[in-house]
Design a binder for this molecule. Structure first.
Ligand SMILES: [Zn+2]
Length: 354
């Protein structure tokens, strides 16, 4: 379970706190979703360079034909059937060279909130992520001209002003390069739309940013949702807004019905564990949730019996701190591709205002 590196999640001073924080995030997600399955999320050996990305998360997706895909994490959680006995559904890599707020206390302005970042990255893995490229085609690939492999999230994308759907049934591409830069894309999932009051706007700036554009909510939104394209030191986003939870419902996740709050006002108390189940052993979904494995190395799903293969490489685009969250895709062994989500999620303010 632990590589005993003495660093990161093994840090003698902070490691246990960091593990507890990740566990709290997983418990929060589990409290939001009401799913029969688990997800195998592998925490790979942490980075320590303190440059480039702060955290990255990935999810596998089937490369078996054009159309809309939920990804392995979604499939495993919602069906209870493990898409692969050898590979995890997704993975996370942290860079503990950055100054982290490891615990659940208030985050100083010169630190990055671990809870918020882990929640953000895992939410990409859950499916808040586009597979669209800068031209509107598929980053994953395509089997036929005019269509490609896209995410379920992509199936809800529209031009805000015209209602033009960007991707049609079967992964048919109706998007253009101009759409990707239009600052006029919305997520037209019916549940999110109802609670938000209109279709929530998507981050689609004229200056296209690979991996950041299209896979986050518009940066102008207030109150701030969890899935913003950038954030700052001291910022905390420890709870989904009500309409963000409904976006997960639009992707196909059954909700617990206890956490969703139709009031878009954020709860000022980021209690990560609302303890929705007073009887943890007797709940209707004893296997629900996502199991963490720290620093990788061991199977997370005890039912598999197999050792996860590390598919693909989490990384890339690590040279500069761009202040955005980047979504990359890496071809894994067929028939999978590893969708690496959430590189460079934050702007770090190292200076403190007095
Ligand atoms: Zn992100």
């Amino acid at each position: 379970m632990i590589d005993n590196t003495g660093f990161g999640f093994d840090d003698p001073a902070e490691g246990a706190t960091r593990q507890a924080t990740v566990t709290a995030v997983l418990e929060y997600i589990s409290s939001v979703l009401n799913v029969p399955g688990i997800a195998d999320i592998e925490f790979q050996r942490s980075q320590s360079d303190g440059s480039g990305f702060l955290a990255a998360a990935g999810s596998l997706v089937s490369v078996d034909g054009d159309g809309f895909k939920g990804g392995f994490t979604f499939d495993h959680l919602t069906t209870g059937v493990d898409p692969s006995s050898t590979a995890p559904d997704g993975n996370v890599t942290m860079d503990f060279g950055w100054p982290w707020n490891s615990d659940m206390g208030p985050t100083p302005s010169n630190e990055i909130d671990l809870y918020s970042v882990v929640l953000h990255e895992l939410t990409h893995a859950l499916g808040i992520a586009s597979y669209a490229s800068s031209t509107g085609g598929s980053k994953i690939g395509s089997f036929n001209a005019g269509s490609g492999i896209f995410s379920t999230y992509d199936s809800f994308l529209q031009r805000g002003s015209t209602g033009k759907q960007l991707y049609l049934a079967g992964g048919v591409i109706n998007a253009t390069s101009a759409d990707m830069r239009s600052d006029d894309i919305v997520f037209a999932g019916p549940n999110a739309t109802m609670v938000f009051g209109s279709a929530p706007p998507i981050h689609a700036p004229s200056g296209y940013s690979s991996g950041s554009s299209i896979s986050h909510w518009a940066s102008s939104l207030l109150p701030e949702p969890v899935m913003l394209a950038s954030t700052t030191g001291g910022r905390e986003g420890r709870e989904y807004l009500g309409w963000e939870i409904q976006a997960l419902a639009d992707l196909g996740y059954p909700l617990s019905g206890q956490v969703p709050d139709p009031d878009p006002d954020p709860d000022p108390d980021p209690d990560p564990d609302p303890d929705p189940d007073p009887d943890p052993d007797g709940g209707p979904m004893p296997d629900g949730g996502i199991d963490p494995g720290f620093d990788g190395g061991t199977p997370i799903d005890p039912g598999d019996g197999g050792t996860p293969t590390r598919v693909g490489e989490v990384g890339g685009n690590t040279s500069t701190l761009t202040g955005t969250c980047s979504v990359h895709t890496t071809k894994g062994a067929p028939p999978w591709a590893l969708v690496v989500l959430g590189l460079i999620p934050l702007v770090v303010r190292r200076t403190r205002r007095s």
